[in-house]
Design a protein around this ligand. Structure first.
Ligand code: PLP
Length: 236
């Protein structure tokens, strides 16, 4: 089931990329495994998933070692993505296990990640999470705050900002999410033109099960899919 779902999602990504004249091989599919058990995750590894996303640090910690060891025994290296909200006091754990933290939504968090990464001699790849919709419940920086945060993070030696991330609000018609994705893409292009960072912002993490094709059409380089691969899961 997971393999079929994964292949279907990859096919839909490829077709959406074609419509956008993008190279589908450059789009990363992150399998979001929240509420998926260790066995299910190992099944996803067998099906070929190498990018794993988690949204809660405790849940990720409880599964990480076993899944990593399972993959490693097969000669597979997994890339771990933190996609959910991260509190500063959990930065230490996050830096230890995640290759990419998608959800940096404050300078304070970026500084704490830098401090923890420095302790273990790591440069932590991160994305800045941007609130592209006016909904007040969502996490993320306001679009007009991002340039200022980038200016400050430029001096953090153990944090490397690779791009931007957004979560679109739940909508009935995926087309309604298009404007949020476009906002993120345009913001990223503007920041690159302004040379707001040491390096170019290359990654755009946007699109989930209900809206990933629209996100890819709008320039996503990373999509985060849970239900589309694993089916609907109840909160653990
Ligand atoms: C759960 C989650 C996803 C995956 O959502 P689906 O709708 O199951 O594809 C992606 N991104 C974040 C931040 C999430 O919390």
């Amino acid at each position: 089931m997971v393999r079929e779902n994964m292949l279907e999602v990859l096919g839909r990504i490829a077709r959406a990329a074609q419509r956008a004249a993008a190279d589908p091989s450059e789009i990363i599919l992150v399998a979001v495994t929240k509420n998926v058990g260790i066995e299910g995750m190992c099944g996803a590894v067998d099906a070929g998933m190498t990018h794993i996303g988690e949204s809660k640090i405790q849940e990720a910690l409880s599964k990480y070692e076993q899944v990593r060891a399972y993959a490693s025994a097969k000669g597979i290296i997994l890339f771990w993505h933190m996609v959910g909200h991260l509190q500063s006091n959990k930065a230490r754990d996050a830096v230890r296990i995640f290759d990419m933290i998608h959800s940096v939504d404050s300078l304070r968090l970026a500084r704490e990640i830098d401090r923890q990464a420095a302790k273990i001699g790591k440069v932590q790849d991160v994305l800045l999470e941007v609130k592209t919709s006016p909904e007040i419940t969502k996490y993320g920086l306001m679009p007009d705050e991002v340039a200022g945060v980038l200016k400050e993070t430029a001096s953090l030696d153990h944090v490397d900002v690779k791009g931007l991330m957004t979560v679109a609000p739940a909508v009935h018609d995926p087309q309604e999410a298009r404007s949020y994705f476009r906002t993120l893409k345009q913001l990223s292009a503007r920041l690159n033109t302004l040379r707001a960072t040491r390096y170019e912002l290359r990654m755009l993490s946007m699109g989930m099960t209900d809206d990933f094709e629209v996100a890819v059409e709008e320039g996503a380089t990373v999509v985060r899919i849970g239900r589309g691969i694993f089916g609907d899961r109840k909160e653990a």
